[in-house]
Design a protein around this ligand. Structure first.
Ligand code: AMO
Length: 441
């Protein structure tokens, strides 16, 4: 007999079925044993009653054992029907049980756990409903990112994760021994996605990147998933922001369509991504912080503090009902060598950050596309052109005006589902004190 998925059982009332599942809950009450069965499609209740040949087996079974069940699908009596839950109108009358795996569990899945206990036990703790919903939503975000960009004629590529030296000229690189030569783990696909503009014109990638940051905060990971795109023939950074707005609107719509149950379990707030996203230059944002939000000594600083990002988010939510805002024109000193300087606003770049529900989820902007101008950029950061020779070929051989973004998957997930720490939105987080287990130092 073929396996029936649990979500489809109510189509088979009166029939014999085979299910394969975990035991979600086992309750043994003398001559009657009740079970909740769980597979990846849902849950259903079943009962063993008046079957002496399987009573012994039924008594042994505990939560998380893996079983194969033969059963009749029965309609529940009227007064026992639970309208609001999946399979609330049926119950399985169990005829046979085959044990596929036994299990020994460290704690009940419904227990509230502190973060370290949760992380130490992830192969098990991730099975509970809330974290499972977080990562279902995360999978949908990635799917939606790809869907929107594919629909806009972007082509996906796979960026290398082993790079010669540093991908961007920053300091936070994990060095690795590459057959006696020095190499590093990519901190971003930046150089490769720009190269790909010369090949596909519009291109994107999704992949893990590595940052050797030596601090532990609620917003930083040492390995995270970067969703990047890069597009040619732009007028300026506004074209890039417009595509990112479409990406966020796509994510909102796809989650509402395909993750209804998960959004309900996590009690998430409805997302607001209007067509016109509030956009300020860094200076304008700083003026709002000082004049309207009672902050001091902000104007003229090269960047926003995390607290400022939170205040600006609340401000635009209240004023424009938007969960997203853009801040543009960060100073040349604060942006990487490839960021395009604004010829009408010297010292500032055509770059931007996207701030979502109080945290930066994206950096991006227009890039220097002219070879000589890019060499200037390298010079301002004291970087040597010979270290970037491979990448520079793309510019020597002709690149259009272009721009793009890097978008942190874990941060956007964290904010959509309303978690207080990015590690809770990361499968198997890597941070200074942990690779799966806490590291003994
Ligand atoms: P940046 O370094 O600002 O820009 O990173 C872009 C986005 O990646 C996420 N992010 C992180 N998430 C978790 N832990 C971290 N340590 C971490 N660092 C960054 C954030 C951030 O907004 N090459 C540029 C992008 C570009 O210009 O296209 C870059 O990597 O969501």
């Amino acid at each position: 007999m073929e396996r029936t998925m649990i979500k489809n059982l109510s189509e088979k009332i009166g029939q014999e079925v085979k299910i394969k599942s975990w035991i979600d809950v086992a309750r043994n009450q003398g001559k009657v044993a009740f079970f909740d069965f769980r597979d990846n499609s849902g849950k259903v209740q079943g009962v063993v009653f008046g079957k002496p040949e399987i009573e012994e087996t039924a008594k042994k079974i505990r939560s998380e054992w893996v079983v194969e069940i033969l059963a009749i699908v029965n309609q529940r009596p009227e007064k026992a029907v639970k309208e609001e839950v999946l399979n609330g109108n049926i119950e399985l009358e169990i005829k046979d049980i085959k044990i596929l795996s036994e299990a020994e569990i460290p704690f009940d899945l419904n227990e509230e756990l502190n973060l370290d206990v949760f992380l130490d036990n992830q192969p098990y703790s991730l099975r509970s409903e809330k974290p499972k919903s977080v990562f279902k939503i995360q999978a949908e975000i990635v799917k939606s990112f790809r869907k929107t960009l594919n629909s806009l004629d972007f082509t996906e590529f796979q960026a290398p994760k082993i790079v010669g030296g540093d991908a961007e000229g920053g300091a936070e690189v994990y060095k690795i021994d590459y057959f006696g030569s020095e190499a590093g783990l990519a901190t971003s696909p930046q150089l490769y996605k720009q190269i790909m503009v010369g090949i596909f014109e519009r291109s994107f990638c999704v992949g893990n990147v590595f940052r050797a940051e030596k601090h532990s905060t609620s917003r930083h990971l040492n390995e995270y998933t970067s969703m990047d795109f890069e597009m040619g023939f732009i007028e300026d950074h506004n074209d890039v922001m417009n595509v990112f707005t479409k990406v966020m609107q796509g994510i909102k719509n796809d989650l509402e369509e395909n993750c209804k149950e998960e959004l309900k379990i996590l009690e998430t707030e409805k997302l607001e991504i209007p067509d016109k996203i509030p956009t300020y230059t860094l200076l304008e944002a700083q003026e709002i912080l000082e004049k309207e939000l009672n902050q001091e000594n902000v104007i003229g600083e090269p960047d926003l503090e995390p607290e400022h990002e939170k205040l600006l988010s609340s401000y635009v939510k209240e004023k424009f009902n938007s969960d997203l805002l853009y801040v543009t024109h960060y100073p040349v000193s604060k942006r990487p060598f490839y960021a395009m300087e604004d010829s009408e606003n010297r010292g500032f770049t055509k770059s931007f950050d996207a701030i979502f529900k109080g945290v930066e989820i994206v950096s991006g902007g227009q890039r220097r596309h002219n070879y000589e101008n890019l060499l200037e950029g390298l010079k301002t950061k004291n970087l040597k052109p010979e270290d970037f020779e491979f990448y520079l070929q793309a510019f020597k051989t002709g690149l259009p005006p272009h721009g793009g973004i890097g978008f942190g998957l874990e941060r956007v997930t964290q904010k959509i589902v309303g978690l207080d720490n990015v590690k809770k939105a990361t499968l198997f987080p890597r941070e200074i004190n942990r690779i799966d287990r806490l590291i003994n130092k």
